[in-house]
Design a protein around this ligand. Sequence first.
Ligand SMILES: *Cc1c(COP(=O)(O)O)cnc(C)c1O
Length: 373
Amino acid sequence: MTDLTRAVSLLTIDVDAVVANWRRLSSLIAPCEAAAVVKADCYGLGVDHIAPALALAGCRSFFVATVDEGIQLRHLVPQAMIYVLSGPVSGSEGDFAAHRLVPVLNSLAQITGWAAFAKFGSAAPASAFHIDTGMNRLGLEEHELERLVGKPDVLTAVRPILAMSHLACSDDDGSPMNEAQLATFRRLTAMLPAMPLSLAASGGIFLGRAYRFDMTRPGAALYGLNPAPGKPNPMSQVVRLQGKILQVRDVDSPQSVGYGASHRVARKGKIATVAVGYADGWFRSLGNRGFGFIEGIKVPLVGRVSMDLTTFDVTDVPTHLVHPGTMMDLIGSNHGVDDVAAEAGTIGYEVLTALGRRHHRRWLSSAKGGPSA
Ligand SMILES: *Cc1c(COP(=O)(O)O)cnc(C)c1O
């Protein structure tokens, strides 16, 4: 607890809220399976704390981006299916086998490579196919599928247990790209032997039943981001970020605040300096655009964001609420990750994955008997 006393910034991650979000999606889409995408350390929020809690809640399938993430996750969820989205890079096949990681095979080259390995070592895990339906990033193209279906021995050797694709515009339910990709996915998977199918991530789930197939792969929605922008967020907020006020100073016109003197003081007032900056993932683009909250009162960010410090105009906050040591809410229930992202000119995914290493981190989890620091 001494840690929290000396903390100048505190990041609270509500693991129970992540679990509640997974349960909500899971019951919404049943009997379709809800996997959990836990890549990039659960979008920066701590896979060690979150993945075991999801497994305990009944989540059976997890997706990571890299084989390293898969190996780390295997120790946390010994029983679960772990899919590795990048697939095997040549030479890493043994790691997949040793840690029972399911490679997502993204090209005919990856498939034939895996088939050769699978024939050679009998302990090779099953695999998944990623089919490109319009993203043009990863995945098998139609001409590769045509060649693949002409190689039944290869198809048998790699033991596919899932065929998946990924939507490019699922955050926009009016985009014609969604239906086009859905149709392409149906057409291309029909070329393959029957197997479970997966198309939707967080956004796709909310495009409707047709997009859900046998398994969905939510990430962002689990961590509280709005899967259906423009509509009220159905997910629970997971993250709270607080920064400590180090100083409060009186200012008056014609003074300025911060680097570049970008904020000119227009009236007699008060500036609070908070111990969070761009080195903490508090984006520099929030300069003169962001907000904080003190006891629910909104305060504008003024001046530029520095590496370790940010300044706020607290003139309108009652004096007894603003003094050195007060924690200001930067991300929280009345100012979510998506709001901060909009102010910073980015998306919630980037705000989450940028959350800095300097914040003291606290995970709230009833499964572990209360808060753990
Ligand atoms: C990251 C990722 C997901 C999860 O997407 P969200 O929008 O965070 O739900 C699902 N599938 C693939 C292939 C991904 O790369």
